[in-house]
Design a protein around this ligand. Structure first.
Ligand SMILES: Cc1cc2nc3c(=O)[nH]c(=O)nc-3n(C[C@H](O)[C@H](O)[C@H](O)COP(=O)(O)OP(=O)(O)OC[C@H]3O[C@@H](n4cnc5c(N)ncnc54)[C@H](O)[C@@H]3O)c2cc1C
Ligand code: SF4
Ligand code: SF4
Ligand code: SF4
Length: 500
């Protein structure tokens, strides 16, 4: 007779083991189901008595009180759980700081102290690092440094892409063979490819030894974007002493001691587009990785990955350049959590398509009798259309209704909030009077990706303006309508202006 498996006991044991984790059914819904990557396998439903499979919505459904134990989350084939899958291979994790008083690092100053040790002990002939431009404050510039004085000027983080690989190849061309290199995870991936892949330039033609020190990295921003954001806040780039990102907030610390703090999310429009598609938080291909998450203020979190990385780290500590302590397991969980957020981002990328609508002059008007006239709209679609399987649901979110700065266009966003791709969609926007519909504009969307935002900019009619209508149809009929009452919108904007 086969032995009966007691699911209840196993479930309880797993709950006990996962105690304190932040995983829950809500997280599973957010990361997997709502983002449209659920495979409909039913593993979560099979796990928990509070879950059933909703045949209509084709998704798991909670029918009891979720305790947030996370057992369903860890069963799902789409979630990433194992430490190695989250932050790559590493031999040891430490928290540490520089013991060199002149180093004023971003966090613990460990990166600069390690490079100093390697330069002074002649383990490397130069270091390829990123400094701030003296002509354009906070613009990243790559430097090849060989002395203590030069190196000390390059500590600190610059939150914009730096062309570090140009510096690396320049250093090799200048005849340096042992090179310390610092970069973000995407920079480290470029080094890895050029150095280790079969057709890599460095591997084939430019033999060199590279000590790759990778930074942790969640985002970087356009330099011009950050500059204009600060200008809007009446701050010049040259007034900034330091920028930091901690716990979802970016701080701009000014030389006069004042701090402008904003949510990183509020800087989304300036975020480099590449970062939305990035899943490596901790520079998984580096020899040593360094970041701040998990360590107290003034300390860095350090992962020694390769043999040479670990050796140099321990030697630098023995020689008195840095102080090291093993990273407590309880603190590593912050690194894993942030890494998981970044990995899950691949499922939650919100693509955007922008539609700027315009009519040919003169604006067509309805003829007597009310026959509808098709307006000739010029459509600019700057996005890519993603082909994907789809299911039909009726969940559209209408948001960000506003007027353009010159008040000539009505702007709004439509978000496919259904969690599924929607196919063969027609969006119609028109002006409506009591009896007629005019200035109609249509667009067809082959596939509307889950959570994809469609941005619209629709020109207001110049004469006898009344109301507008947005209507969305799929092949089965109308799935969304929304009347835009322009008078109400104008009154709301006026009120907001007066209360400022
Ligand atoms: C764009 C960016 C985003 C980051 N995001 C996070 C995050 O989300 N979480 C986290 O824990 N840590 C993040 N970090 C890492 C963190 O800011 C520190 O760099 C890290 O903790 C090392 O601190 P330190 O005091 O030891 O380094 P320091 O001794 O101050 O040395 C910093 C080194 O970084 C190099 N550097 C600075 N800017 C760049 C750049 N743009 N590109 C390449 N190299 C550069 C410098 O050359 C210098 O060698 C980020 C860093 C950057 C550059
Ligand atoms: S109680 Fe059930 S639904 Fe809630 S997290 Fe635990 S396993 Fe998932
Ligand atoms: S376990 Fe994950 S993939 Fe499977 S049905 Fe549940 S949410 Fe979907
Ligand atoms: S988030 Fe990724 S792509 Fe963006 S700077 Fe960091 S490592 Fe590079």
């Amino acid at each position: 007779m086969t032995e009966r498996v007691e699911i209840k006991d196993t479930f309880g044991e797993l709950q006990e083991r996962l105690k304190g984790s932040k995983d829950s059914f809500g997280r599973l819904m957010r990361e997997v189901v709502n983002s449209g990557v659920c495979t409909h396998c039913g593993a979560c439903v099979a796990t928990c008595d509070f879950l059933i499979w909703d045949e209509v919505a084709e998704r798991p459904k909670l029918v009891g009180k979720c305790t947030g134990c996370g057992v369903c989350y860890v069963q799902c084939p789409r979630t990433i759980i194992a430490p190695r899958d989250l932050i790559g291979r590493y031999q040891s994790a430490y928290t540490g700081r520089s013991l060199i008083p002149e180093i004023k690092g971003q966090d613990g100053g460990v990166v600069t102290a390690l490079l100093l040790y390697a330069l002074e002990k002649k383990l490397i002939d130069c270091a390829v690092v990123t400094a701030k431009s003296t002509e354009e404050p906070w613009k990243p510039v790559v430097k090849i440094v060989t002395t203590r004085e030069e190196l000390l000027k390059t500590s600190g983080s610059v939150y914009s892409h730096s062309q570090t690989l140009i510096g690396l190849i320049d250093a090799i061309k200048q005849g340096y063979h042992s090179i310390g290199f610092v970069g973000t995870p995407c920079n480290i991936d470029a080094v890895y490819k050029m150095w280790k892949a079969p057709f890599g330039l460095v591997r084939l033609y430019m033999r060199a030894n590279i000590l790759a020190i990778g930074l942790f990295c969640m985002d970087s921003f356009s330099y011009e974007g950050l500059r204009s954001f600060l200008e809007l806040n009446k701050i010049s780039m040259s007034d900034i002493e330091k920028m930091t990102i901690k716990k979802g907030k970016m701080q701009f610390i000014q030389k006069n001691g004042e701090i402008l703090e904003v949510k990183v999310h509020d800087l989304d429009r300036y975020r480099s587009s590449s970062c939305q598609f990035c899943t490596d938080l901790t520079s998984e291909n580096a020899d040593i990785s360094v970041g701040s998450v998990g360590s107290p203020e003034g300390y860095s979190t350090i992962l020694a990955r390769t043999g040479i990385g670990l050796e140099i780290l321990l030697d630098a500590a023995e020689a008195g350049y840095i102080e090291l302590q093993p990273m407590p397991r309880s603190k590593m969980k912050w690194v894993f959590n942030l890494a998981r957020m970044k990995k899950a981002q691949q499922y939650t990328v919100r693509t955007r398509r922008r539609f700027i609508l315009g009519y040919e002059e003169p604006t067509p008007t309805p003829p007597p009798g009310g026959e509808l006239i098709e307006a000739k709209g010029e459509i600019k679609d700057t996005g890519t259309i993603i082909k994907d399987a789809a299911a039909r649901t009726k969940m559209i979110k209408f948001s960000n209704l506003n007027l353009s700065s010159d008040q000539k266009e009505i702007e709004f966003k439509l978000i496919n909030n259904s969690g599924n791709s929607l196919e063969n969609i027609t969006v119609k926007i028109s002006h409506i009077t009591e009896f007629f519909e005019d200035h109609k504009w249509f667009t067809n969307i082959d596939v509307w990706y889950p959570f994809e935002e469609l941005e619209f900019s629709y020109p207001r009619v110049k004469e006898n303006e009344n109301e507008y209508l947005c209507e969305i149809k799929d092949r089965f009929g109308t799935i969304f309508t929304r009347k835009i009452e322009i008078k109400k919108l104008l009154a709301k904007l006026e009120k907001a202006k007066q209360s400022k």
